[in-house]
Design a protein around this ligand. Structure first.
Ligand SMILES: NC(=O)C1=CN([C@@H]2O[C@H](COP(=O)(O)OP(=O)(O)OC[C@H]3O[C@@H](n4cnc5c(N)ncnc54)[C@H](OP(=O)(O)O)[C@@H]3O)[C@@H](O)[C@H]2O)C=CC1
Ligand SMILES: O=C(O)CCC(=O)C(=O)O
Length: 478
């Protein structure tokens, strides 16, 4: 079996402790063995980054552009092979895996451009003969901790801006999906990224992740994952005065009003709720439906989920792949049991025993639910959606906002007035009109409010806020 090592400085380093990367579509398929690091591995990676930082900080924008652009081009050229690896290790369909790979390529190319577009302000002083410049500088060495559900796009949208703005990186990918981050490391290495500017340390969150967040020379941590881990990271970073950016869960509402076009609303809800096996922090987990269209909507959704093809992620016909692992599958099935006690009706949601030996679950629709039920308060992170019936638009907005989260929110309506009011009143970082709540562009800000996010926004040119620090310089020329 192929063994995969960590990238520290210019070298591929083995720490022993090889762990199998298993395909959730078919657990007999072992993708490779990945060497997991320790706290000492993090020390070595930070030493390499510290040595590389002065030269990378001072590198020309052109030099940074060229590395990132070459990485983007290489990922795009290898999209089929990398997309297949992604689908094998995470379980999303091949189309989704290749699509996510292209998104990562585009992110690198976008931030290659941003490396060239850095700017500052020249401001007038309130005193005579003094000029003031406001400029941005890299924060230093940044630690990136990424989840399993977007194993190439999320590393890409943290690595690319970090490097574009002159930082050095130590990344710890999710222990369930180290393969795509390992491929990015190889591509950065081969595309001329100087030794130590980018370092990969694979391993467990409780070991490598903890060492990263506690390391005194790491200036900033960018994290995507669960609320519990994010809270822990925020506390540590606050105590150690590190800059921190957290993207966590969602309980995203999708409102369907009486005037919605069901031929738009149903595909948007099917996509938002069930695609990527519901394992998206932007998934539509609460479908808030106005009474006049409720029964027709439930009928159409029930028909549509029964037609979904669940199966091996690598099968071209598959629309919904497996759940990522046994732990997540068991957690989803527990929520289906909870739903049986809370909802008026549960459609689907059962464990599926297919010919491939993977973690398959039928999509689940919970009908006749209230917003105060556990299934509507807690993030499930599986192919499960609840339907909540409401009387009118005002009630729909109140229910949409009655949640601890605030990442994405959607509305299906043909009314310009309701769409406009929804955009203004909904408490979310991203709003979708007649579109699924999940599936975002790569060049605009991503993030939310309340319990979903903390710190500066990710992606697009707004990423500059997290990956740089501001310097104000006064020059007297009298
Ligand atoms: N918002 C999102 O996009 C995501 C949300 N989730 C939510 O989280 C739930 C659990 O998923 P899970 O993968 O366990 O999420 P975690 O939050 O545990 O994992 C996210 C990342 O954090 C790392 N990590 C874990 N513990 C620590 C720690 N103490 N210090 C530093 N880093 C740490 C993980 O490492 P390791 O992989 O080794 O555990 C992983 O790289 C899901 O059911 C879902 O609800 C999960 C993934 C993405
Ligand atoms: O919906 C998307 O396109 C991105 C979702 C995401 O980043 C996540 O689930 O972590």
């Amino acid at each position: 079996m192929t063994k995969h090592d960590n990238l520290i400085g210019a070298d591929w380093i083995s720490f022993g402790n090889y762990q199998d990367n298993i395909n959730p579509s078919d657990v007999s398929d072992v993708i490779g063995a990945y060497s997991y690091g320790t706290a000492e591995s993090v020390d070595a990676a930070v030493d390499a980054a510290r040595a590389a930082f002065p030269a990378w900080r001072d590198a020309t924008p052109q030099a940074r552009h060229d590395v990132l652009d070459a990485v983007g081009n290489t990922i795009a050229a290898r999209k089929d092979e990398i997309g297949r690896l992604l689908s094998r290790e995470e379980g999303k369909t091949l189309a989704e895996g290749i699509g996510e790979t292209m998104r990562a390529a585009q992110v690198f190319k976008f931030f290659a451009g941003e490396a060239l577009r850095q700017s500052g302000d020249l401001q007038a002083s309130v005193r005579p003969d003094i000029d003031i410049e406001v400029t941005r500088e890299p924060v230093g060495i940044v630690g990136l901790i990424t989840p399993w559900n977007f194993p190439i796009a999320i590393p890409a949208w943290k690595i690319a801006p970090a490097l574009a703005y002159g930082n050095c990186v130590v990344i710890k990918p999710a222990d369930l999906t180290p393969g795509c981050a390992h491929v990015i490391a190889g591509i950065l290495h081969d595309c001329g990224c100087p030794a130590g500017v980018f370092n990969l340390v694979m391993g467990r969150g409780s070991v490598v992740g903890e060492a990263l967040i506690n390391h005194p020379d790491i200036a900033a941590i960018s994290f995507t994952g669960s609320v519990a881990t994010g809270q822990r990271i925020a506390e540590t970073c606050g105590r150690l005065r590190k800059k921190v950016q957290l993207e966590m869960g969602g309980k995203n509402p999708m409102v369907v009003l009486n005037d919605a076009d069901l031929s738009v609303a149903v595909p948007a809800c099917i996509n938002g709720t069930f695609f990527s096996t519901g394992q998206r922090c932007t998934a539509s987990s609460r479908l808030i439906v106005e009474a006049g269209i409720h029964d027709a909507f439930v009928d159409e959704m029930t028909r549509a989920i029964k037609e979904l093809k669940i199966g091996n992620a690598l099968d071209q016909a598959t629309q919904i792949g497996p759940v990522v692992d046994a732990r997540q599958l068991n957690s989803n099935l527990e929520y289906v049991e909870i739903a049986k006690g809370e909802a008026e009706e549960v459609i689907g949601g059962e464990r599926l025993e297919l010919s491939d030996n993977g973690f398959y679950q039928a999509p689940a629709l919970f009908v006749g639910t209230r917003n105060d039920m556990r299934i509507n308060r807690e993030e499930i992170f599986g192919p499960c959606g609840s339907i909540i019936k409401v009387g009118d638009f005002d009630e729909a907005i109140a229910v949409a906002n009655d949640t601890d989260f605030g990442l994405s929110a959607g509305i299906c309506t043909q009314s310009l007035k309701h769409a406009r009011n929804f955009k203004r009143k909904v408490e979310a970082g991203m709003v979708m009109v007649n579109l699924p709540t999940a599936g975002v562009d790569y060049h605009v800000p991503f993030g939310g409010r309340k319990g979903s996010s903390f710190g500066a926004r990710e992606q697009g040119r707004y990423a500059v806020e997290f990956y740089t620090t501001v310097k104000t310089s006064y020059v007297y020329a009298g």
